[in-house]
Ligand binder design. Structure first.
Ligand code: AMP
Length: 406
């Protein structure tokens, strides 16, 4: 889909072309036509997806088209000064052929005075961190009476940084009649609650929203050092109950290495990934489907076509970088109302990635350690999330124990 089919004005298309963008990103394809139509949006999008242009281009178009000039009409709230500067820069770049629209940034750690001037002289677009904006509001520097658009960018980070009370006070000061767009890498229950408050009962469109995993999946994390992961996996597979297990690795090389290791250890695992011939993949999948092979090691891309009922356990040998990938992976188990186990082997360098996944899913997963494979660094115990029901902890060993295969 070309940029020209999104409904953007020629001066914006020109700026986009000068940036060298050839095609809109998926989030831009979804968001831009809706935003131009004035709809409220909740966008699930991480940095690097082109989300800034997705909201900035429609804002610039609205401000260029009609309405008063040099009064505050669009407010973009961001968690950090760095992001504020970056978003301001985007406004300048995408708006370089739009006449008469000005933008300014307002954030802490620098003098108030230049910002006060910008606010007083009427910037059309203000990019602000919540704390400093409140300071200016309390001093009477900000007039929201003509505000038309509010963007909450990186809403999850704003909440993480403790800005919820500030954001609520800002929301209370804004006109009800406005367009609201919220973007967040993960849409946790907390982000959802903020979105509901920001939208105040207005209908909104969700874009880029990730699927949530099935109810019947039990998520468990096993903390282990990187070099011990293979040993732990072998131990778990040896004790696993009947049924198929799908193991995910990030790379094809990793999948092959793992299969070689498991086979040496007496576990007849099979690998499936893009470097294998199609005939080999088909044969492996057939064997997996029929139950003749019960441990399959796959990369994310190869696993796309795997549609097998009866997968009891999904193992994340590597923690995926993108929380959405986690949801896709574990969605292979607990099909059609069945129960399944999603087990993630996590080394100390992967703790942060796991936090993002738990946030997306809105649960903290139990952490376990396998005796004999204790990690050199103790795993962090996260605080349970507000919306979550406490879960009784059962050990992985108790769960995957039972009959031995040999
Ligand atoms: P963002 O997700 O908004 O932080 O954008 C990430 C990067 O992608 C920025 O450096 C943008 O300049 C760039 N970008 C945004 N939209 C496009 C596009 N349609 N094609 C290529 N690059 C883009």
């Amino acid at each position: 889909m070309p940029f020209t089919s999104l409904g953007l004005a020629p001066e914006l298309l020109r700026a986009v072309a000068e940036e060298g963008y050839e095609q809109p990103t998926p989030i831009q394809q979804e968001a831009i036509p809706l935003a131009l139509a004035g709809r409220d949006l909740i966008g699930s999008a991480q940095t690097g997806t082109g989300k800034t242009a997705a909201f900035m281009l429609p804002i610039l178009q609205r401000l260029a088209n009609a309405g008063p000039k040099h009064v505050l009409r669009a407010l973009i709230l961001v968690p950090t000064r760095e992001l504020a500067e970056q978003v301001l820069q985007s406004a300048r770049v995408y708006g370089r052929h739009v006449r008469g629209v000005t933008a300014a940034a307002v954030y802490g750690g620098v003098g108030m005075e230049p910002q006060t001037k910008a606010l007083r002289h009427g910037a059309d677009i203000i990019v602000a961190t919540p704390g400093r904006l409140l300071d200016h509001m309390e001093r009477g520097h900000v007039d929201f009476s003509r505000l038309e658009v509010l963007v909450l960018d990186e809403a999850d980070r704003m909440l993480d940084m403790g800005f919820a009370p500030d954001v609520r006070r800002i929301l209370a000061a804004l006109p009800d009649q406005r367009q609201t767009m919220l973007f967040s890498a993960t849409v946790s229950p907390e982000v959802d609650a903020l979105a509901r408050r920001a939208l105040d009962g207005h209908a909104s469109v969700e874009i880029g929203r990730r699927a949530t995993p099935a109810e019947g999946i039990e998520h468990v994390i096993v903390a282990v050092d990187k070099l011990q992961k293979r040993g732990v996996l072998a131990k778990i597979l040896r004790a696993k109950p009947a049924g198929q297990t799908l193991v995910f690795t990030r790379t094809k090389y990793g999948a092959d290495k793992l299969v070689t290791f498991l086979r040496k250890d007496g576990i007849p695992a099979h690998a499936i990934h893009g470097d294998k011939a199609q005939s080999h993949r088909t044969r492996t999948l057939d064997a997996f489907r029929s139950g003749a092979a019960d441990v399959l090691v796959a990369t994310d891309i190869a696993a796309r076509g795997i549609d097998v009922d009866g997968i009891r356990m999904v193992v994340n040998f590597d923690v995926p970088n993108d929380p959405e990938v986690y949801v896709h992976r574990v969605g292979r188990t607990a099909r059609a109302g069945a129960r399944g186990l999603a087990l993630t082997l996590i080394s100390p360098d992967e703790w942060l990635l796991m936090g993002d996944i738990e946030k997306l899913i809105g649960q903290t997963f139990p952490r376990e350690v396998i005796p004999g494979f204790e990690p050199s660094i103790k795993p962090l115990q996260p605080k349970p999330m507000a919306a979550e029901q406490p879960k009784p902890a059962r050990s992985v060993r108790a769960r995957v124990g039972g009959r031995r295969r040999r």
